[in-house]
Ligand binder design. Structure first.
Ligand code: NAP
Length: 278
C-alpha cells in the first residue's frame, strides 16, 4: 500500500508509477487544466491522467512546462481513442498526442476501450512504441478478463496496467484479483463514483469517525485495496483534500462495510455493451 502521494507501484517491466494521480477528464483545455495540474503538483501529486478524448492534452503539455518540476519527475498517462484504433492509426494518434503534450516520451499509453476486432492490432502498435522507447509502459483500459485473455493470444508484451471503473458500488473484486494474479496493476477510474457517492450514509458515518470527508474515506479504501487512484477535481481545496489521506487508516470492519456497498453499478459504460462507433 502506498504511504504518500509520491509512493509508487513497480510495473512488471520495472517502471515505477505513482499510486496517486490527478484525473483531468472534463477539465477544460487551457487555464482550467493548467491550474488544476499546478495545484496538484504543489500538493505533492506527481502523476496526471489524460486521454486524446479529453481534448486537453495541449493544456497538460503547458502545465508540464509551467509546473516547475523536471519532466522526469512527472508521470504522464494518455490513451488512444476508439476511432484511432488499428495499427497505423494508433501510431499516428500517438504522435498527435505526443506533439500536443510536447514531450519526448509518454510514461504510460493505454488502449482506452477494447474496440472489437481492432484492439489486437492496436496493441501491436503499442508494443512497437514501447520497443522504440517512445513510451515507458503500455497498458489497457476497460478490459474485462476475457479481453485480456484474448489479447494475450497474440500479444508479445503483457499489459502493465488495466485502468477500470471502480468505486464502492462497483468493487470489481474478481477482475482485480485476476489482474493481480497476472502482475497487471489496476488503476481505478471514477474512484469517487463521479461524486455520486458523497451522500452515502455509511460512508458519512465512517468519515465522521475519522474526522475526514467522504471523498477521503473512499480514496483511502482504494489505496488500502492496493489500487492506483486518479480522482479528478479542478478545485484547489478538493485537490489538496483528496491527497490528504495518509494520516488515518480504515480498520477491517470499515473496509468490509465499504466492500458491502457493492451493487456492480456503473456510472460509465460496460465495456461489453459499449458503442464504439463514435
Ligand atoms: N479510462 C476510462 O475510460 C476513464 C473513464 C472515466 C474517467 N477516467 C479517468 O479517471 C479520472 C477520474 O474519474 P472521473 O473524473 O470520472 O470521476 P471522479 O474522480 O470519481 O469524480 C470527479 C467528480 O467529483 C468531484 N470531486 C472531486 N473531489 C471531490 C471532493 N473532495 N469533494 C466533492 N466532490 C469532489 C469533481 O468535481 P470538481 O472538479 O468540480 O471538483 C468531479 O465532479 C478522470 O478524470 C479520468 O482521468 C478514465
Amino acid at each position: 500500500m502506498i504511504k504518500s502521494l509520491q509512493d509508487t507501484f513497480t510495473l512488471h517491466n520495472g517502471v515505477k508509477m505513482p499510486g496517486f494521480g490527478l484525473g483531468v477528464y472534463k477539465a477544460a483545455d487551457g487555464e482550467e487544466v493548467v491550474n488544476a495540474i499546478k495545484y496538484a503538483v504543489n500538493a505533492g501529486y506527481r502523476a496526471v491522467d489524460t486521454a486524446a478524448l479529453y481534448f486537453n492534452e495541449d493544456g497538460v503539455g503547458a502545465a508540464i512546462k509551467q509546473c516547475g518540476l523536471p519532466r522526469e519527475e512527472l508521470f504522464i498517462t494518455t490513451k488512444v481513442w476508439n476511432s484511432d484504433q488499428g495499427y497505423e492509426s494508433t501510431l499516428a494518434a500517438f504522435e498527435t498526442s505526443r506533439n500536443k503534450l510536447d514531450v519526448d516520451y509518454i510514461d504510460l499509453y493505454l488502449i482506452h476501450w477494447p474496440v472489437k476486432e481492432k484492439y489486437k492490432e492496436t496493441w501491436r502498435a503499442m508494443e512497437e512504441l514501447y520497443r522504440a522507447g517512445k513510451v515507458r509502459a503500455i497498458g489497457v483500459s476497460n478490459f474485462h478478463q476475457h479481453h485480456i485473455e484474448d489479447l494475450m493470444t497474440t500479444a508479445e508484451i503483457k499489459p502493465m496496467v488495466n485502468q477500470i471503473e471502480m468505486h464502492p458500488v462497483l468493487t470489481q473484486e474478481e477482475l482485480r484479483d485476476y489482474c493481480c494474479s497476472q502482475d497487471i496493476v489496476v488503476t481505478a477510474w471514477s474512484p469517487l463514483g463521479r461524486g455520486n457517492l458523497l451522500d452515502e450514509p455509511i460512508l458519512g458515518e465512517i468519515a465522521e469517525k475519522h474526522n475526514k470527508s467522504v471523498a477521503q474515506v473512499i480514496l483511502r479504501w482504494h489505496i488500502q485495496n492496493d489500487v492506483i487512484v486518479i480522482p479528478k477535481s479542478t478545485h484547489e481545496h478538493r485537490i489538496i483534500e483528496n491527497g490528504d489521506i495518509f494520516d488515518f487508516e480504515l480498520d477491517a470492519e470499515e473496509m468490509q462495510a465499504i466492500n458491502a456497498l457493492n451493487e456492480n453499478r456503473r456510472f460509465g459504460q460496460n465495456p461489453d455493451s459499449f458503442h464504439f462507433d463514435f
